[in-house]
Write a protein that binds this ligand. Structure first.
Ligand code: SF4
Length: 93
């Protein structure tokens, strides 16, 4: 491998590395953008099920370790009743 080929190879490695770093930064930014939660009112949260759908069956619900009736939500701010519901309901797969 001559000097010219070695330079091309180094540039290729550098460009690929920068692309990978940029992709990682975009992932971190997207995660932070979704970290903000929405108010209960904005998503029409209610303390009772809707058409048989309830927070306990939603993929966004995180049950509290010490309280079987409540938990938190990845989307909605505040304490969430496992029997509640909002328009962001997404069934667990
Ligand atoms: S997204 Fe809505 S339905 Fe799902 S857990 Fe959160 S508050 Fe309940």
């Amino acid at each position: 491998m001559d000097e010219k080929q070695a330079n091309v190879k180094r540039r290729l490695i550098l460009v690929r590395g920068l692309g990978l770093a940029g992709g990682c930064l975009m992932c971190i930014g997207a995660r932070n953008a979704t970290a903000a939660k929405t108010s209960k009112a904005a998503l029409l949260y209610q303390e009772r099920p809707h058409d048989g759908k309830r927070c306990a069956d939603c993929r966004h619900f995180v049950a509290a370790a010490n309280d079987a009736a409540t938990g938190t939500c990845d989307v909605v701010d505040g304490a969430i009743n496992r029997e509640g519901w909002c328009i962001a309901f997404a069934p667990r797969i």
